[in-house]
Design a protein around this ligand. Structure first.
Ligand code: XMP
Length: 518
């Protein structure tokens, strides 16, 4: 069980889709987590899942060393849905046959229903678009199942067995290119598995608050606010649980975007009544960074300075009383990536700044540990945080320092900050903030090129726009923003920001390019 919620476990067969499946399951109101396929069946069953979903994966069920489905998971009688590779594993385990097809099937294709009655496809039109990505296919369905759909090249595209509460689909219901996908996942969860929707924003927030209250008890906590969504929502949740025993610290290192510090002050401190200490450390960071060009060195310096300033602030605000907890905005994807272990007892690293010293011992409070980013945003909205903070794009801890290619100084910071503010304002005015994952604005401070402005020649710097789309920042594509929006951004930056004579657009995906330039 997942703390009072029925638990849906997504068994990850090595696809990039497992997290997306877990997210869709939660959107359908059921709490879900991911387990690797190497986790023994006994351990999976010990968690008493109310349903299992087998994800897709890159292997062929026949290749040596391919991930296997332990029959114990089927025999346990838990409702089970197989997707893509998981569908083929299920078919094979139930006695069906899987084989390589001539051409495979990739991309959008039309699914045709071949049975009038289907619990899984209830309400799905007779023909609908689905997303496929497979070379193998189920060529003989297992005995006793009801085949419900096909495509042009895949005769067995879905089957179900309502008595054993098993179902499978060759296509990917979790991706947006399968418009009926959410309906199909919901049908599995509600109808086949019989799970009511309990995982809703109000209960997510309440449970997180209760969890923090139980963990911190009468203790005191400290939270570093960066201006980003995660730390803001974490702070507000903790504040609801322990009130003024939480102190927030914002280090203004001078590398923030325009208006960021003021927004945190007005939204968090004035708007929601959190106790906030803002440390003005701009001079200190500027002098530590003077003349430094190499990005890793910049990061190290910023990390080190941050720790010193934060430690001093912690000591000042403790005023002799012990502060024993440190709030962090760790999200569920971070937990999955780091192996999914239980909460760590003392802090070893701070993901924004790269390492607090050993003698600064805190117990970590991580109220967002079970949540995906979109759930954090929902909770934040429900707790009254304004859109200026909730809709904010990710921003690196080292801030504008890594968006200046070259040494950092006050003038260059002012330049990149002004260009960034224009780009964000125009993006927002066009209603396009949500269309991109983020849009770094980068100043090539060591490059100059000739321009003509007014009556004279100029010799200024280029600014790079790096709008990207992404699901999780691990991979990204350059965003196809409307050209008139790009034109407005470019015209305003070159007109309004002194010293910038060109605006160029980065057309590189990740890989090979990273999102930030550094
Ligand atoms: P890259 O440039 O590696 O960035 O493609 C991936 C994502 O991480 C963000 N980023 C950081 N975030 N501290 C952070 O909190 C950092 O030091 C840092 N460096 C990069 C980047 O903005 C992108 O979203």
């Amino acid at each position: 069980m997942g703390d009072g919620h029925a638990l849906v476990l997504v068994v990850d067969f090595g696809a990039q889709y497992a997290q997306v499946i877990a997210r869709r399951v939660r959107e359908a109101g059921c709490y879900s987590e991911i387990v690797g396929h190497t986790v023994p069946a006994a351990q999976i069953l010990a968690r008493e899942p109310a349903a299992l979903i087998l994800s897709g994966g890159p292997a062929s069920v026949y290749s040596p060393g391919a991930p296997r489905l332990d029959p114990a998971l089927i025999e346990a009688g838990i409702p089970l849905l197989g997707i893509c590779y998981g569908f083929q594993c299920l078919a094979q385990a139930l006695g069906g046959e899987v084989a390589r097809t001539a051409a495979g099937e990739y991309g959008a294709t039309t699914l045709e229903r071949v049975a009038d009655s289907s619990r899984l496809l209830a309400g799905v039109p007779a023909r609908t678009q689905v997303w496929m990505s497979h070379a193998d296919a189920v060529v003989n369905p297992p005995p006793g199942v009801h085949v419900t759909a096909r495509t042009f090249s895949t005769p067995v595209a879905a089957f179900e067995d309502p008595v054993r509460r098993l179902a499978g689909v060759q296509f990917h219901p979790e991706v947006v290119h399968t418009p009926e996908g959410s309906r199909i996942l919901t049908a599995f969860l509600r109808d086949l598995a019989g799970l009511p929707p309990t995982w809703v924003t109000a209960s997510i927030a309440e449970e997180a608050i209760a969890g923090v209250a139980a963990q911190v008890g009468e203790g005191r906590a400290l939270c570093a606010l960066s201006g980003g969504v995660d730390s803001a929502v974490a702070a507000v949740l903790v504040h609801r649980a322990i009130g003024d025993r939480l102190t927030c610290v914002m280090v203004d290192h001078g590398l923030l975007r325009e208006g960021e510090r003021e927004q945190v002050e007005s939204a968090i401190a004035e708007g929601l009544g959190l106790r906030l200490i803002v440390v003005d450390a701009r001079e200190r960071f500027l002098s530590a960074l003077a003349g430094v060009v190499e990005p890793e060195q910049k990061r190290r310096i910023i990390g080190r300075q941050f720790i010193r300033v934060f430690e001093q602030a912690a000591a000042d605000c403790a005023r002799g009383e012990r502060i024993d907890h440190l709030v962090q905005g760790t999200l569920y994807p971070d937990v999955v990536e780091s192996g999914g272990g239980a909460g760590t007892a003392t802090i070893k690293s701070h993901h924004n700044v790269g390492g607090l010293p050993d003698d600064l011992r805190f117990t970590l409070v991580e109220p967002l540990r079970r949540l995906f980013k979109d759930e954090v945003r929902e909770v934040g909205r429900a707790l009254g945080l304004p859109a200026t903070i909730i809709d904010r794009h990710p921003f690196p801890g080292p801030g504008l320092a890594i968006r200046i290619i070259g040494a950092v100084d006050a003038d260059r910071l002012a330049t990149v900050r002004a260009a960034d503010a224009i780009a964000r304002a125009e993006l927002s005015a066009a209603g396009a903030t949500g269309e991109v994952w983020q849009m770094p604005v980068v100043l090539l401070a060591d490059v100059r090129s000739v321009g003509v402005q007014g009556d004279g020649r100029t010799y200024g710097h280029p600014v790079v726009l790096r709008p990207v789309t992404s699901e999780d920042a691990m991979t990204a594509d350059w965003a196809r923003l409307p050209t008139d929006l790009l034109a407005r951004i470019s015209a305003r930056i070159t007109n309004e920001v002194p010293g910038v004579t060109r605006v160029v657009l980065d057309l590189t995906s990740k890989p090979p390019g990273t999102i930030e330039w550094e």
